[in-house]
Design a protein around this ligand. Structure first.
Ligand SMILES: Cc1ncc(COP(=O)(O)O)c(C=O)c1O
Length: 395
């Protein structure tokens, strides 16, 4: 059999760090252990029934069996605009300021292809969501990292970016509520982001994947709520987390019309838009009752309290996340993020994601997902307690 070599660009893609984690977890399970897996990010709850029903009805409509319009049905883009106006007081033109995406990941990987030439510089958060690196590698662009430190609330410090780097950068990615740290942004931070980006003509791509998930009664702020944000950037919003629709692959980009046009253009060449029935169901999710979202946020908050309360009670000094469905836990002295994650997996049968998988500045932390029941989260804390790691530990 002839083996066809991969293109250079494909060979340059970053290795998928978390594939290793999956195989380690599988190995421990195969040994017969019952693993509590807090390492992944797959929402565990079903899509709310009214959205599934809408898909069922819409799937019967022969209109939806045809190709849908290349750039998505106007009713979906109108629903998206109405959602942003209702939730954030942000007003956009549905035709020119909204692009329908096959999930947020697709948009995030497309954007570097739309905006960057080989050798161009892009600013990325570190730690950050690894799929940003994939899009940058495909565009043959260069990454400059924006380190996120606990003492700055895991927000980048623009004063620490050299003038030279800022001048070179064409695009920057941000993500709040943040994966992996669980940090949230403030309106002031986004105001500063607009000022920094305008000064250096950098396109801001704000990944708002966890936009619905804010704790302690605080609704996460949208980047587009800052004055002038639309002049200099876009936001990517996915239905995967807000409505437990990760398998449906539906999201959108919203904001600066030149960027939206570029996304639509690349998609004109790569796809026809989403299955019409999915577009109808997505519009229903955005426009109908949001009680399911409120209930979901309450559920995650209660899980957060179960996990963090459990870890505090065993003497692990960790901060509670303010949003997203992840907790970012400081590793005790004497371990790396990977050796500590290995220890928890092999001795407590609790899987967490080592921080180093999210970038150099993720070292010293592990990420735990809130995607299982309160009972399992408490059980995870009890299993870790049995290792007697924390009595008298200094962080
Ligand atoms: C930070 C972040 N952005 C984007 C996504 C992509 O979500 P989707 O492709 O399902 O819309 C995820 C999913 O895990 C994420 O964690």
């Amino acid at each position: 059999m002839y083996h066809f070599p991969q293109s250079k660009v494909l060979q340059s893609l970053p290795t998928q760090f978390f594939a290793t984690l999956v195989s380690k977890v599988e190995r421990v399970k195969a040994e017969g252990h019952d693993v509590i897996n807090l390492g992944q990010g797959n929402p565990d709850q079903p899509t709310p029934p009214h959205i599934v029903r809408k898909l069922q009805e819409a799937a019967l409509n022969p209109e939806n069996h045809k190709y849908s319009p290349f750039r998505g049905y106007p009713y979906l883009k109108e629903a998206i605009a109405a959602f942003y106006s209702r939730e954030y007081g942000v007003h956009v033109d549905p035709e020119t300021e909204v692009a329908v995406l096959f999930g947020g990941k697709t948009g995030l990987v497309e954007i570097p292809q739309c905006l960057l030439n080989p050798g161009d510089t892009v600013l990325l958060p570190d730690p950050g969501y690894p799929d940003y690196w994939s899009g940058v590698a495909l565009a043959r662009a260069k990454m400059e990292m924006l380190p996120l430190f606990a003492e700055n609330g895991f927000l980048p410090d623009y004063n620490a970016v050299s003038e030279q780097t800022a001048e070179k950068a064409k695009c920057m990615f941000l993500n709040y509520p943040n994966n992996p740290t669980g940090a949230v942004a403030t309106k002031t931070f986004f105001d500063d982001t607009v000022a920094f980006a305008k000064k250096h003509k950098i396109c801001v791509v704000h990944d708002f994947a966890y936009g619905a998930i804010g704790f302690d009664g605080k609704k996460p702020v949208s980047f587009l709520q800052s004055e002038g944000a639309k002049d200099i950037g876009i936001e990517i919003y996915t239905l995967s987390k807000t409505y437990n629709m990760a398998g449906w692959r539906v999201a959108f980009a919203i904001g600066n019309p030149s960027v939206i046009e570029s996304i639509n253009l690349i998609q004109d060449h790569m796809y026809v838009s989403l299955f019409g029935a999915i577009q109808e169901a997505a519009a229903a999710a955005l426009l109908e009752s949001q009680d399911c979202v409120e209930a979901l946020v309450r559920r995650y908050e209660s899980r957060r309290n179960a996990l963090i309360g459990g870890l505090h009670s065993i003497g692990w000094d960790v901060d509670a996340p303010k949003g997203s469905f992840f907790a970012w836990l400081k590793v005790p002295n004497g371990y790396t993020s990977e050796s500590f994650a290995d220890l928890l997996l092999t001795r407590a049968h609790v899987a967490v994601a080592p921080g180093i998988g999210f970038g150099e500045h993720g070292e010293g932390f592990v990420r735990a997902g809130l995607l299982t029941s309160n009972q399992q989260l408490k059980e995870a804390a009890d299993r870790i307690k049995a290792l007697n790691l924390f009595a008298g530990t200094h962080f």
